[in-house]
Design a protein around this ligand. Structure first.
Ligand SMILES: NC(=O)c1ccc[n+]([C@@H]2O[C@H](COP(=O)([O-])OP(=O)(O)OC[C@H]3O[C@@H](n4cnc5c(N)ncnc54)[C@H](O)[C@@H]3O)[C@@H](O)[C@H]2O)c1
Length: 341
């Protein structure tokens, strides 16, 4: 059996990765270690009945908890756990430093202490800042760091510690960076599920600034396949950009969603721009394509259709995550308190 320690596996991308592993890697057994913050959701794992999946509630910043749950013969740690919402980092950065930076270092130390064979850090294109609006430049693995938000700064700092663990202590590390993920089970504070759930409720949809910021969208399962390829085939000490060559302006995304949902564009509400809002992200995934033999499988149209369909088929998931009743439901259903940060 391959033994994996996955952090943040009750969140949006982590839960998709756990699902992918259980479906496609019968020899994998995993500890899913998650603090269950407001973004962690055991409903995301409710359909997984595999005996190879062991959920543990725990905080990556707490060394004793990590060591107590890390298997002795662990093959890899894959670190998804993070505070992940840029707007929250602008309001208050403390939790971002705590989880994203200190938590990553705690995991790296644990990997070293226990001789874990590989450490995968799930990072973001945002560490490289913003690209000019109207040229054909792309982020490569060699693009300089230029994080513009507290969130991006915390993820960039985490990457530095991963790099340092590799160079100083010889930890076998791989870093993946991707753009904006979309798909089922994304907490509806993020742009795409917020738009879908507000449209479904006929609520107005906030659009920052002129709505012309560009993001490079990737379907969550494609991203997870890329992380799996990096885990299995990546070169030690490497960074891989995972992108689907799918740049879209925010307004274009919202128009597609509203048209598919049959909702009017009058729901759009242009609001004051986010401070320091990055204008454009675009990823060159050539290295991952060549070295990992990885390609996204989903087109924008098919991924968007699957995403919208999932939210339409799961209205109670949206209701719970949107409403204050979420915390009560959660306590009754799972007997745990959700952390509000
Ligand atoms: N969502 C995106 O578009 C995107 C893009 C690029 C990179 N990423 C990165 O991918 C990873 C996963 O993102 P996501 O969108 O699934 O995030 P998410 O917010 O949906 O999930 C984060 C998970 O981490 C858990 N967590 C938070 N603090 C923790 C702690 N101290 N200890 C243990 N668990 C903790 C939460 O409970 C939650 O389950 C993050 O590292 C993020 O930076 C996300």
């Amino acid at each position: 059996m391959t033994k994996l320690f996955i952090t943040g596996g009750a969140g949006f991308i982590g839960s998709a990765f756990v699902r992918l592993l259980l479906n496609e890697r019968p020899d994998v057994e995993l500890i899913n270690f998650d603090a269950l913050t407001y973004a962690g959701n055991l409903d995301n794992l409710a359909d997984l009945e595999s005996k190879r999946h062991h959920f543990v509630r725990g905080d990556i910043v707490v060394r004793e908890d990590v060591l107590a749950n890390l298997p002795q013969d662990c093959d890899a740690i894959i670190n998804f756990a993070a505070e992940s919402h840029v707007d929250r980092s602008i309001a208050s950065a403390g939790e971002f430093l705590r989880t994203n930076i200190i938590g990553t270092q705690v995991l790296l130390d644990a990997a070293r202490e226990r001789n874990v064979r590989r450490f995968v850090q799930v990072s973001t294109d945002e560490v490289m800042g913003s690209l000019p609006e109207d040229d054909l430049s792309y982020f490569t693995e060699d693009s300089p760091f230029a994080p513009n938000s507290p969130y991006a700064a915390s993820k960039a700092a985490a990457e530095h510690f991963v790099r340092a663990a590799h160079h100083t202590f010889g930890v076998d590390t791989v870093i993946t960076r991707c753009g904006n993920n979309y798909g089922p089970r994304q907490f509806p504070e993020k742009f795409l599920p917020l738009t879908i759930s507000n449209a479904m409720h006929n609520d107005t949809i906030p659009i920052y600034g002129d709505g012309l910021n560009v993001r490079d969208w990737i379907y969550v399962d494609d991203h997870c396949r890329g992380i799996l390829a990096a885990l299995e085939k990546g070169k030690s000490g490497s960074v891989y950009n995972l992108g689907a060559r799918n740049e879209r302006k925010n307004l274009e995304v919202v128009h597609s969603l509203l048209d598919t949902l049959g909702k009017p564009r009058t729901l759009l509400n242009f609001v004051k721009d986010r401070p320091g809002h990055d204008r454009r992200y675009a990823i060159d995934p050539s290295l991952a394509e060549t070295e990992l033999d990885w390609r996204p499988l989903e087109s924008w149209e098919s991924g968007l259709a699957k995403t919208i369909d999932w939210y339409q088929q799961n209205p109670t998931w949206i209701e719970r995550t949107r409403s204050g009743a979420y915390q009560d439901y959660y306590k009754n259903q799972y007997g745990v308190e959700v952390r509000t940060t």
